[in-house]
Design a protein around this ligand. Structure first.
Ligand code: MN
Length: 715
């Protein structure tokens, strides 16, 4: 690629562009990289020129082309962002800096660092989409010239490209770039498979080309006889897509039938359906293989009709039908939407909408502080397949496969999500956890009494819904905390004859809060509830005049009785309807509230509570068995044990304890053992209120990446 060619290309698609910037960038880059060479032995400058060339294919504006020429100057030479801003423009300085920053990120898969880097990358996209386009072009050229790298480096770069850059290219609708990257990744990740498949495909090429030529002509003639003006082309599918098909369906190459795809391009959408009709009249379609992405476009803006048919000579072929305009968008994605207005880049309305959506997604994910969680959240949206559902007004909404009616509710509006009690799908009532199916029409049902609960985190699948639910739960926790703190203070002060309300009215409470380094009285309540401020510390600050020694002794006989009664009445088990009985829990089965239980009358140690089905209980003297039940009015902590089997992954233990803590559960013991085969078991002892809390915890643990199983252990 030569400078002149770049200038020529830019002036074709942007006639009034200021080419001077590009020329200056070229000269600057040539000087900066003078004397540098690529591994292949070529002068370094060939690389920025090639990257700029790729971007002219996408009809990018002059600032982007200049950025491409300059993209390695900060990294490889001594130039600073400020210098570039001064010589060119602050905008170009920022763009080059953005590309440099992304370049410094190391996307080693399966490492904690990946999540944080990915997060930065997405934030960069949301700032200026051009940064990522330059980075993608840079990566494409590096992949094209990967040959000269060491084999281990080739594999690492290819892996990173497939894991990170291919999904992003897909999301931005850059079909051509994505396909080329995929085949290049395949070539370096599985060199042997690649060679074998390339040879097999090449072997059949002459015969296949003849078939394609024959039938392109046939289709073209038939369609034009029907009065449809069109362009017909055919090709073998890419090696990567054939490889994926073989892996997914466990096939040998000889068993893959539909590796041929024909493409029919027409002028308008009406003709697309006319062509579909003709195709199905000529050839029998294969059921369930018709996809109408024109009526319901993919989230990345892709529009086309796909159908697989038994084509001429009984061969399975895929036919893709779309308009010329749709084709341009399918190949060039976001860049097909660039419009030039007075020499500046502008996007059309539809594209702006799509970028807004991407930004919303990233903004929602930004609220997630933990970068691992961020990756999960964003991955869900970026990498998975989609389902399309309708609002009652007929608007299409797109969700990842597995999304539920709760996700739909949050997509409508946060408040609708927060008060959602269920939905009607095509007139039928469904629960929150209903999994969305293509073509569903959903009407969300709400209730003013509804509010998010912890198990909603298991139901929601989209990043947006999850982050809204978490936020709501956090707020509610804070509210509850404040109330609890207020109650604790009120009760404690009352013992000493002080009314909390009075200290608030007089302004004393506010002063006390300030003295304790808190901004408001409410924060004081919260601090007391969470234990950040000791209860007695707060009491002393609120009522400095109380003499504590004395009031303790002043407990009236009635108070003393009440207190003793209170202490005793905390048994969580009712024996024959009575509360005040000495009970213990059997170690053999370690029952939890919510599980069916029975009592066993011991000699001198009161009653032992067993699981109703405990073998040890069933084997013992029936005479000494007694009916017991859990007292739902008493909430107490019970001992629970879990065994978690997981992959050896750094940070996993921290993630596990974080999940447990965020569920408000106390850990009394945590112990990890390596069991070989890169696996560990983690033994956990926790204090839970009942069986459902334990089950929720188990489900939460099972959702952590790297956790293979989580089970309860008894005795
Ligand atoms: Mn580069």
């Amino acid at each position: 690629m030569q400078l002149q060619e770049i200038l020529d290309r830019v002036s074709t698609y942007a006639p009034d562009a200021d080419l001077d910037v590009i020329m200056r960038a070229y000269l600057f880059s040539a000087k900066a990289h003078a004397g540098q060479f690529r591994r292949s032995g070529e002068p370094y400058l060939t690389h920025p020129l090639a990257v700029a060339g790729i971007l002219t294919d996408m009809s990018m504006d002059v600032d982007t082309i200049a950025t491409a020429l300059l993209h390695d100057t900060i990294e490889d030479t001594l130039v600073s962002q400020e210098t570039l801003a001064e010589i060119f423009s602050p905008e170009i300085g920022e763009l080059v800096d953005g590309v440099t920053k992304i370049g410094k990120l190391q996307f080693r898969s399966k490492q904690e660092a990946q999540a944080e880097n990915f997060r930065k990358m997405l934030l960069a996209i949301s700032r200026d989409i051009r940064v990522i386009l330059v980075k993608l072009a840079d990566r494409l050229h590096n992949m094209r010239t990967l040959e000269s790298m060491r084999a281990d480096k080739q594999a690492r770069i290819a892996r990173e490209t497939l894991d990170i850059f291919v999904p992003i290219a897909n999301r931005l609708g850059l079909g051509g770039l994505k396909t080329e990257l995929q085949d290049l990744c395949f070539r370096y990740l599985h060199p042997d498979l690649y060679k074998e498949l390339a040879r097999a495909v090449a072997d059949g090429a002459p015969e296949r080309d003849a078939y394609i030529d024959r039938n392109c002509e046939f289709l073209l003639k038939h369609l034009s006889d029907c009065g449809i003006e069109c362009e017909v082309s055919g090709r073998a599918k890419t090696l990567w897509s054939i490889h994926c098909k073989m892996v997914e369906q466990n096939l040998e190459f000889e068993q893959v039938h539909d590796i041929l795809a024909f493409r029919v391009l027409v002028d308008d959408i009406g003709e697309c359906y006319a062509v579909l009709g003709q195709a199905h009249a000529l050839f029998s379609p294969i059921p369930d293989r018709i996809k109408d992405y024109i009526a319901i476009p993919k989230a990345n803006g892709y529009r086309s009709i796909h159908t697989t048919v038994i084509g001429p000579e009984g061969r399975r072929i895929e036919i893709q039908i779309r308009t010329h305009e749709q084709h341009r968008i399918a190949e060039d994605g976001i860049s097909a939407h660039w419009r030039y207005k007075e020499g500046h880049l502008a996007l059309d309305q539809e594209e702006i909408q799509r970028i807004v959506r991407l930004r919303e997604l990233i903004d929602a994910a930004k609220e997630v502080e933990d970068s691992d969680e961020f990756l999960q959240t964003v991955k869900i949206e970026l990498f998975t397949q989609e389902v399309y559902v309708f609002t009652p007004a007929g608007d299409v909404k797109v969700f990842p496969v597995g999304a539920t009616s709760l996700d739909f509710a949050y997509a409508v509006h946060t408040e609708v999500g927060n008060t959602c009690v269920g939905a009607k799908v095509d007139g039928r009532m469904v629960p929150l956890k209903y999994e969305l199916r293509n073509g569903d029409t959903l009407e969300i049902l709400t209730s003013p009494h509804q509010k998010p609960s912890r198990d909603w985190l298991q139901i929601a699948q989209t990043g947006r819904a999850l982050s809204k639910i978490r936020r709501c739960l956090r707020e509610e926790e804070r509210e509850r905390g404040k109330e609890l703190g207020r109650e604790m203070l009120e009760n404690e002060l009352k013992k000493h004859g002080v009314a909390l309300a009075k200290t608030i009215r007089s302004g004393l409470a506010k002063r006390a809060a300030r003295d304790l380094g808190l901004r408001t009285v409410e924060q004081l309540f919260l601090a007391v509830a969470t234990g950040n401020t000791g209860l007695m510390v707060a009491v002393r600050a609120l009522a400095p005049d109380i003499n504590f020694e004395k009031s303790e002794e002043d407990e009236t006989p009635l108070q003393a009785f009440m207190n003793r009664f209170r202490r005793r009445s905390t048994s969580p088990v009712l024996v024959g309807g009575e509360q005040d009985v000495l009970v213990g829990y059997a170690r053999c089965c370690n029952p939890l509230p919510g599980e069916p239980v029975a009592g066993f009358i011991t000699r001198g140690r009161g009653i032992t509570i067993h699981l109703a089905t405990c073998p040890q209980l069933l084997a013992s003297d029936l005479e000494r068995k007694i009916a017991v039940e859990w007292d739902s009015n008493v909430v107490a902590r019970h001992h629970g044990e879990l065994r978690v089997v997981c992959a050896d992954r750094p940070g996993l233990l921290a993630n596990i304890s974080k999940i447990i803590e965020s569920a408000g559960i106390n850990i009394s013991r945590i112990e990890a053992h390596n069991i070989g085969d890169e696996k560990s078991t983690i033994h956990l002892e926790v204090a839970v209120t009942d069986i459902s809390e334990l089950h929720t915890l188990i489900r939460g643990l099972e959702r952590i990446r790297g956790v293979i199983s989580a089970d309860r252990v008894r005795g």
